[in-house]
Design a protein around this ligand. Structure first.
Ligand SMILES: [Zn+2]
Length: 464
């Protein structure tokens, strides 16, 4: 059996042309039922070629006469132009025309095809490239897409990376722009309750490709996730050293989720140095809060070290239950922190240092740990609320929800393999794409940039 697939294209004036798309042959001995994937790819590729060529022909034809005086325009040579789509790389014939004398006196020419296409890659291809690269390595993405689409060199990994970097750069710019949409107001004309319970901030590390040594081989990425009152949170990420205006970014991040500009938001972090710096930058948007889990974890470690003192030989004059007394003191300090009294906690910890002494190496080690803990508390003084109160009112006090976000946003894509190394700029731009994909916002971004995409439904949105 022989089958021929033809495409009949009818233009505006009713003239129809036929394009041969594919010829399929099946012998009686063939076991194959229906079309093969390769045949499907050939057919789609053929339809795409015929369709784009006709559309391009019409676009060129429309531009070949002056829109004002209808005079045919003079040709100024022609060349081939490449256009990349998910269904193949097309070489199109692209003539140039001189502008009409009624428009200008200068001998200027233009390419109607270039104007019509706008770019060398179709928005859909760019969207696919960005969406895949945000979730999988370029190599894997390329193999998957080539398996199901007639890409035919529509993209190489180098061009792919360049396209994704451009998308990332554009998203990065967008991330600093104020949203024009108005916040939701209630019946009294006041902003509704802050839809976010908190925003958690944490740091992740990415291996640098241009590191001078192994020790310096990492750079920090700031990751944040919102904890909304209903539904799923949204993530953001940026390379801290490349972000000159983190507060603009935060303003946009909050506004996109319906937070009114003057509405205070809670920022939770583990109190580490760089996240604390970021929290300080976001201070204008609300109160920073030190993650209770990290405070509790540190006190647990301290109590382990105190218990370890039991191995030392008893010191003259110390009571038999010295260790218990020290633990009680530590717990008192912890309780002060829990109730939002860091100064009292610090005084209690100070007393604890006197009671421990420096007689043994274990005691000195414990002193160092206590010292570090006290410095941590002092550095985060302004971020220690009354946890007990917050907890009672069901307000978040821990950043557990953001730690998994670091893994999801950074680790899963940028540090999955030992050999994965990034430049700061490269990581920063890919993170912009990745966070938009994870937030299910990338399609909307593309539809905003390319309104023609709105006409094409996206049946399945890939979840990462
Ligand atoms: Zn004219």
């Amino acid at each position: 059996m022989k089958m021929r697939i033809q495409l009949i294209i009818e233009n505006e004036s009713g003239l129809s042309t036929t394009a041969e798309i594919a010829a399929i042959e099946r012998a009686d001995t063939d076991d194959l039922i229906g079309i093969s994937l390769e045949e499907a790819k050939t057919m789609t590729g053929g339809v795409q070629r015929a369709l784009v060529e006709s559309q391009a022909g019409e676009a060129i034809h429309r531009a070949s006469t002056c829109p004002d005086c209808q005079v045919p325009l003079r040709r100024n040579g022609s060349h081939r132009m490449c256009y990349r789509t998910p269904f193949g790389r097309l070489e199109l014939n692209s003539p140039r025309f001189y502008c009409c004398r009624c428009q200008t006196n200068a001998r200027r020419s233009f390419s109607p095809l270039a104007l019509w296409l706008g770019s060398h890659a179709s928005p859909e291809l760019q969207y696919l490239e960005a969406q895949f690269a945000a979730q999988l390595s370029y190599g894997v993405s390329s193999r998957i897409l080539s398996a199901v689409l007639p890409l035919q060199h529509a993209t190489s990994i180098t061009t792919w990376k360049r396209h994704v970097a451009r998308v990332g750069g554009r998203l990065d710019e967008d991330a600093h722009h104020r949203l024009s949409s108005k916040p939701v107001l209630n019946q009294f004309g006041l902003p509704t309750r802050n839809p976010l319970r908190a925003v958690g901030i944490d740091g992740g590390y990415v291996k640098a490709s241009d590191a001078p040594s192994r020790q310096e081989g990492w750079f920090e990425v700031m990751v944040g996730k919102s904890l909304p009152r209903t539904g799923n949170g949204q993530v953001f990420a940026f390379v801290h050293r490349l972000e000159p205006k983190p507060n603009e970014r935060m303003e946009r991040f909050l506004a996109e989720q319906g937070v009114f500009p003057a509405q205070p938001t809670t920022f939770l972090s583990d109190g580490g140095e760089t996240v604390r710096q970021a929290q300080g930058e976001f201070r204008e948007f609300g109160e920073p809060i030190l993650d209770w889990f990290h405070v509790a974890m540190r006190t647990t470690q301290l109590s382990q070290t105190i218990k370890g003192l039991a191995a030392d030989s008893p010191i003259e004059g110390d009571s038999a239950n010295r260790i218990d007394e020290l633990l009680r003191e530590l717990n008192r300090a912890k309780a002060y922190l829990w109730h939002g009294s860091p100064h009292r906690a610090l005084r209690t910890l100070e007393v604890l240092t006197w009671d421990i002494g420096t007689e043994t190496s274990r005691a000195t080690a414990l002193q160092d740990k206590l010292d570090e803990f006290m410095n941590y508390i002092i550095a985060n003084l302004a971020a220690i609320p009354n946890y007990a109160d917050r907890h009672r009112h069901g307000e978040p006090i821990a950043t557990g929800f953001v730690e998994s976000a670091v893994n999801q946003v950074v680790s899963k894509r940028l540090v999955k393999k030992q050999q994965m190394r990034w430049t700061m700029a490269g990581a920063h731009r890919l993170l912009q794409v990745r966070t938009r994909v994870l937030n299910q916002q990338l399609r909307d971004d593309f539809e905003r940039w390319h309104p023609e995409l709105r006409a094409t439904a996206e049946p399945v949105r890939l979840a990462a």
